[in-house]
Every structure is written in C-alpha cells, then in structure tokens.
Design a binder for this molecule. Structure first.
Ligand code: 16G
Ligand code: ZN
Length: 565
C-alpha cells in the first residue's frame, strides 16, 4: 500500500452508519439496500486485495440479493476458479463490513496485507456483475470507488446472472481453456453442445413446422415447449438472448419478464416462490400438463412444475433434477464402458424418497439393463452435507463425477480433470459405435455444464437433453418416484445461536434434550423424519418434517415446532 493518505481519504467516502452488524455467510452479505453502501465499498477494497494476493488472478464481485425481496441487495465474492470465496477471507469480509471507523478499515487492510505476505507489485483484476435491482447501479459506484483505490483493472459486465460471472472468472484464469469471458462465448459453449447432443439423441432430425410444433418421430412424449418464468429478473433478460441461439431445438414462451418494473422482481413468481409455496407462479396462464420452468432473481436456481387436469400442482425441484441427471450420466458411463465413480450430494432437506430412489432404484435399473455381472459396481453413493452451496460443492469434489443439488434448485455437476481428459481421450480412440456415441454424449454434457456453480440456464439445457433422450413428458418424469409428503415451518426464537446441529444438520445437539424430544415425537409417525436447524440467513429456526401422509407431515411439523418453542 503506497499511499496511506490517499487510501484513508478513499475510505472516508463511505463511512459506516453503524445500523447493523453484518456477517459474510453462505450467500455473502445481504440486507436492505439502503444500508449497504459502505459494505459494498469495503468489499471493493477487499476484492482488489484478494486479487493482488492471488498474483493478479481475476476475482469476481457479484451485486445481487438473489430470490430475496426487491428492496434488498447484497454481495458475493468469487475466487479464481469460479468457486466461492475462501473461508479465511470470509472472516476478513465480516470484520471489514463491521469496522466502526475509517482508521480501523485502513488498519485491517494493512493487517490483511501483512498476514498474507501480499506483494504490491501485482495489479489487481476485478470482474463485476449485478442483477436488475434498482439499487445495483448506486452500489456498483461504491464498489468501483473501493476497487480503484488499488488501481485495479476492472471489468464491469453490467447486468448478468450470477453463474455467468462465475463462468467468466474461471475463463479468464484458465487462459481460455474453459471458454472466453464473454456472454457470446458462454451462450455458444453451452448451447452448441446442447444442439450437438440433441442431434445425436434423435436419430431423425427435428425440424420446426411452425412456431410451436416440432416434428420428430422418436421424441415420444417429449415436448420441446417451455413456459419460462423469469421471476421478472435477469434470468428473463438473458433467456431472451439465449433464445436466438436455441432456435429449432426449444420453444421458449417468455413470462414474468418485466425487468423494467423492479417492483415485480421475485414477486409471487420465480423458483423460490414456487418451491416455498408449492404452487404455480402468478403472472401467467397455467394450463394442464404444460411444462413450467422457474428461475430465481439471479438465475442460479431452477425448478420445474406442472398441474394436472384437476389443477393439482406438481413440483420437480432440485432433488428431481439430481435424480434425473444421476440416472442419465450413470447410463452413459455404463454404455461407454468406463468405470467411473459417480456420486450424488444432497442435504437433509432432500426428500427421503429421492435418496431411496437413487440408492435402490438406480441399481435395479442397471441390473435389468446389464445383467448381474456389472450391477455390483453400479451403485450411486449418496452423501448428505449441511445446507449451503459451498458444502455441497466441496463434497461433490470427492467423486470422479459429483452431482449436487439442493432441494431449492441450486446445483451442478463436477467432473474431475482426469476424468474429463479420460473421456476425451477414450472418445478419440474408441472404435465401437455404441461406446463412441456414449462418450460423445458425455462430452456434450460436460460442455453444457457450468461447473463453477448452480446455473439455471445450463441446468435447463441438461434437463431438456435427458427428457428428450428418454422421450419423457414432464409427468413421465414425475412418475419416476413419488415424494414423501413434507412440511417446512419456521419459528422465531430469541437467539438462533443457541441452536447447534450435527451429522449434516440431521441431529440437534443444542439446546440439550431437544433431540430426544424430537425422536419421541417422530416415533409416533409412520415413515416420520424431522430435523431442526438455525437459518443461516434469517433470525429463525427452520423445521422440516416428512411422513406417510400430508396430514401427518403437517402434524409432525407442528409438534416439533412446539418442542422448539
Ligand atoms: C443461502 C445458500 C443456499 C441455502 C440457503 C439456506 C448459497 C449460495 N446460498 O441462500 O444454498 O439453501 O442459504 O438458507 O450457499 P437458510 O439458512 O436461511 O435456511
Ligand atoms: Zn439465486
């Protein structure tokens, strides 16, 4: 740090009004946007330091509050491979956000530089994106002020989805091996592989008869028509760009795409609304058996849904996507002849029947497919980790191919570098037609996946690929297994920090005695399961319950809530 006086005067531009204590948690920092200016400014300072520390690697800063109300905003920092910020720096972020006065901020920055042996010869490179919120531009100015204190190279990508920024950061730092840090490269990489796979999957070429009708003899029940719920946010904006690339493969009918009217952002629509309320999005006509796709306010989550002829609602959430994708990828590996360890990562919120489906049914399926000799090898292990994308992502790295999804619709697939290379190599030398085809399909799936983080657009392309190849309608997909009835509740407690959990949040360790109470309540319900955990984002304790019937799941949740209270 060359010029302390200059730095101090930079810091003075955004004093801390001291209204709130912030914590950099699983989703960065989020709060009412009115009180975030000094936080964003300080994160601008921090992100620049992080890049200097990482020898001028590009580090990302995303301004978004995702599915939260439109008056909120927030910030998330992105490390060089597109992953979440390293946890030791989360601690710095929390301290900096809360520092009372300007001298403290300055001292902390100097301290971070010392602790990490930061060499000032590196010029920072910072990649910035933001969602459609009104406050985004003002907060961007605060970030830029901070970032510029260190003479950074700044790339402001404007309004983009969170997963796009993760992708761009990784592209820059891997010298183009993953793609180029541009929207064009992002769309072409994901979409071209989608189109290639679709051509391989349908032996007869699909062609468009008119706007909504595709002709293809082997699509069976599959329909390429999607009713897209953009949550009135950036997901809608970007899907409009993507549509141009998707012609002749998908028909996307846009809804909830009013981004000019930010009042409407996430309001009664989008992935979080649909998942939390278990009902269709508003703002569009709901027709029986049409395929609805909802994304959230920064397009890193996706859920599918439909209603039947009696208007009964069916949700296909992250659990469903995970099981669909796991089954397909497992099939491709079996067909390719490669023996690869494919694993699934879930959280305690995952429906008990989705776990059961993967551990029991996927094996049975391969037994029939391949006879007894191979089936022992073909188990998809399921791991359970605490809520929060970073825990799932981390665990997924343990497998050759790790698939992770939170029930809320956030997830992706991770391929180990060695496996990626093995697939490409094997594909280049494979002579058997069926094996070669499976390997080519695997390459398409790899290239269609944004491995840095959950990405609604990428996930949608993957789901559509699998559904098309299976020839499934959305209700065929739903029929693969039935969810156990479940209920989510929350209670406001005096201090959520008095709650502590263990075993991936499935057991409550504190307050003492609560788990025993929960155990005895659960015992009364057939197929009962319930857990409580303190929220990481709100001052509440959440309760999850599942049982044999909806009435029982509801009763179980109420009983456990009473025990917590
Ligand atoms: C954050 C997490 C999300 C998790 C949610 C749980 C990330 C990027 N986001 O939004 O994965 O499901 O928190 O919220 O990690 P809760 O702790 O309030 O239940
Ligand atoms: Zn989100």
């Amino acid at each position: 740090i060359e010029n302390i006086v200059e730095l101090e005067s930079n810091i003075e531009s955004y004093p801390n009004p001291g209204i709130k204590v912030f914590q950099y948690g699983t989703s960065g920092i989020r709060y009412n946007s009115e009180h975030l200016d000094h936080v964003l400014h300080r994160m601008g300072l921090l992100v620049a330091l992080r890049s200097i520390h990482l020898k001028s690697a590009a580090v990302g800063l995303m301004i978004t509050a995702s599915h939260n109300p439109r008056d909120d905003n927030g910030i998330k920092l992105i490390d060089p491979l597109g992953e979440m910020l390293d946890s030791s720096w989360e601690v710095y972020a929390t301290k900096l956000a809360n520092a009372h006065n300007n001298q403290d901020v300055c001292a902390m920055l100097i301290n971070i530089a010392y602790e990490n042996n930061i060499d000032k010869k590196y010029i920072p490179r910072v990649y910035i994106g933001r969602d459609t919120r009104n406050s985004g531009k003002r907060l961007l100015d605060a970030v830029l002020c901070g970032v510029k204190a260190f003479n950074s190279n700044v790339e402001d990508f404007g309004i983009i989805t969170t997963p796009m920024l993760h992708f761009f950061v990784r592209c820059y730092n891997t010298n183009g091996l993953y793609g180029q840090p541009s929207e064009h490269s992002y769309y072409t990489k994901l979409t071209n592989s989608f189109k290639t796979l679709r051509k391989m999957a349908s032996k007869l070429h699909t062609y468009l008869i008119d706007k909504n009708i595709f002709a293809c003899l082997d699509l069976k029940n599959y329909s390429p028509v999607i009713e897209f719920d953009g949550a009135n946010g950036v997901g809608a904006l970007k899907m409009k760009d993507a549509i141009i690339h998707l012609e002749e493969t998908l028909v996307i009918n846009m809804h909830n795409d009013d981004i000019m009217n930010t009042e409407k952002l996430n309001y009664k629509c989008g992935a979080d609304f649909v998942k939390s309320n278990q009902c269709p999005p508003t703002g569009m006509t709901i027709k029986p058996y049409s395929k609805y796709v909802s994304v959230d306010g920064d397009a890193d989550r996706i859920v599918y849904s439909f209603v039947d002829e009696n208007n009964k609602f069916y949700l296909l959430d992250g659990d469903r996507i995970a099981t669909l994708v796991a089954g397909y990828i497992k099939d491709l590996f079996i067909a390719s002849g490669l023996d690869v360890n494919v694993g699934l990562v879930q959280t305690a919120y995952s429906n008990g029947n989705s776990t059961k489906y993967v551990t029991d049914k996927l094996i049975t399926y391969y037994k029939i497919l391949l006879l007894a000799i191979v089936y022992v090898l073909q188990k998809v292990p399921v791991a359970c980790v605490p809520t929060g994308v970073k825990y799932l992502h981390h665990k997924a790295n343990d497998y050759d191919v790790g698939i992770y999804f939170e029930a809320n619709g956030h997830g992706t697939i991770l391929f180990k570098d060695a496996i990626r290379e093995l697939i490409r190599y094997q594909c280049s030398i494979e002579v058997e037609e069926a094996k070669s085809l499976a390997l080519k399909k695997l390459i398409c799936i790899m290239d269609m996946t944004n491995e840095t983080v959950g990405d609604a657009y990428s996930d949608m392309l993957i789901v559509e690929s699998v559904l098309c190849e299976r020839g499934w309608s959305i209700s065929d997909w739903y029929k693969t297994y039935s969810d156990l009835p479940n209920r989510l509740k929350q209670v406001t407690v005096k201090d959520r920090n008095t709650f502590e959990t263990g075993d991936a949040e499935r057991i409550c360790l504190k307050p003492l005695g609560l788990q025993e109470k929960i155990n005895s309540i659960v015992l009364k319900y057939s197929m009962g399961r319930s857990f409580v955990r303190p929220s990481g984002t709100e001052d509440v304790v959440r309760i999850y319950a599942e049982a044999d019937t909806q009435t029982n799941a509801d009763k179980l949740a109420v009983e456990v809530a009473t025990a917590v209270y």
